[in-house]
Write a protein that binds this ligand. Structure first.
Ligand code: SF4
Ligand code: SF4
Length: 345
């Protein structure tokens, strides 16, 4: 259904049968601003009415009842819809005599319908296509070196030039799992765009929302002052900068230390977890072994050490001074504050 400017109702078809752990769906249920319930219940002004089909959040008993809207959309009988993929896309051209991943069976033959079969039919008809999590965006853990499935991200499968029926590129919201509000905020922007109330979401060249992934972990980290002072943790029990125990934050695009994980709390390095670059196209291979010092981290931490040690000492002296009250705060029988009666009006 359309209004003058955009859609009044829209379907969200969410398939998590990519190579995944379903962690992105679970993560998104924790979103508070906005909550997925608020979007589905129409509590966010300016959005179309949303019909969500996600197996974890489905009120159906599953089976054909759950599959019905997906089958209808694949036939072209359900629109408009946003197609959300969770999990990486296996290469069914190299599946031997079997298949890597399926979603329902063919009603006539009973043969499994592969994820790729669904993508081929849903993606071109979708008003927008959204990749939830790093696996769907860039392949993620399943696509690491040595994997047997040849799996990949959605843009690898559909092509970087893919455009949806709504003329949008794929919208990637990476994270392993995706940070709840990062996903819901992006989906809300896409929905607002669908309603005709917002321009398309601005994306970077890896198809990520620019306003979410434009800064590094390091630029938002609670521990960044320790880095600047050349004060580094030697183990995971320390509150200091973790670059020497495996943190890749200075070169990773992610807002989690600023945003937190749930309700603003957490955010990997803030709470003692090294950043392993889970939002990045090069994850995980380019960040392994996870707990070793990143190669660039050795050099930068070595260079900042003498500067940081000097600055830390100077700040210590100043801090000591500032922790003392001015010398004229006393109860002797003489005023030493510098008060000069000549300046009285
Ligand atoms: S813990 Fe990581 S992100 Fe935080 S200041 Fe150190 S290197 Fe940067
Ligand atoms: S801080 Fe690093 S490990 Fe944590 S979510 Fe962001 S990219 Fe992933």
């Amino acid at each position: 259904m359309t209004s003058e400017n955009g859609f009044e109702e829209i379907h969200v078809l969410w398939i998590s049968e990519g190579m995944s752990c379903d962690g992105d769906t679970v993560s998104v249920t924790a979103s508070g601003q906005p909550a997925i319930e608020d979007v589905v219940n129409g509590l966010i002004p300016g959005l179309p009415k949303v019909h969500l089909y996600n197996k974890v959040l489905s009120p159906t008993v599953g089976g054909e009842e759950f599959l019905a809207p997906f089958r209808a959309a694949a036939r072209g009988d359900l629109e408009p819809f946003i197609f959300v993929l969770e999990g990486s896309v296996p290469n069914e051209k190299i599946n031997g005599d079997g298949y890597w991943s399926s979603f329902g069976n063919h009603p006539d033959t009973g043969e499994p319908l592969t994820l790729n079969w669904w993508i081929d039919r849903l993606a071109p008809r979708a008003w927008a296509v959204v990749a939830a999590g790093t696996c769907a965006a860039y392949g993620g853990i399943h696509a690491m070196a040595g994997n047997p499935t040849g799996c990949m991200g959605l843009a690898d499968y559909l092509g970087a030039d893919f455009r949806s029926a709504g003329a949008l590129p794929i919208v990637n919201v990476p994270g392993c799992p995706v940070q709840p509000e990062n996903f819901m905020e992006t989906l809300t922007w896409v929905l607002r765009h669908a309603a005709g109330g917002a321009p398309p979401p601005p994306l970077d060249d890896m198809l990520r929302p620019q306003w979410i992934f434009g800064r590094t972990v390091h630029e938002g980290c609670d521990r960044a002052a320790y880095y600047e002072q050349g004060d580094f943790a030697k183990d995971y029990n320390s509150p200091k900068c973790q670059v020497k125990v495996g943190c890749w934050g200075p070169v990773v695009n992610c807002n989690v230390p600023k945003r937190g994980w749930m309700g603003g709390i957490g955010g990997c390095p803030n709470v003692g977890g090294i950043c392993i670059g889970c939002t990045m196209p090069g994850f995980p291979d380019k960040f392994m072994p996870f707990m070793d010092t990143p190669p660039g981290g050795s050099l930068s931490s070595m260079m900042i050490k003498p500067y940081g040690a000097f600055i830390r000492r100077m700040r210590g002296i100043t801090n000591d001074t500032l922790n003392r009250e001015p010398k004229w705060h006393h109860d002797r029988e003489v005023l030493t504050s510098g008060y000069d009666p000549r300046w009285r009006p």
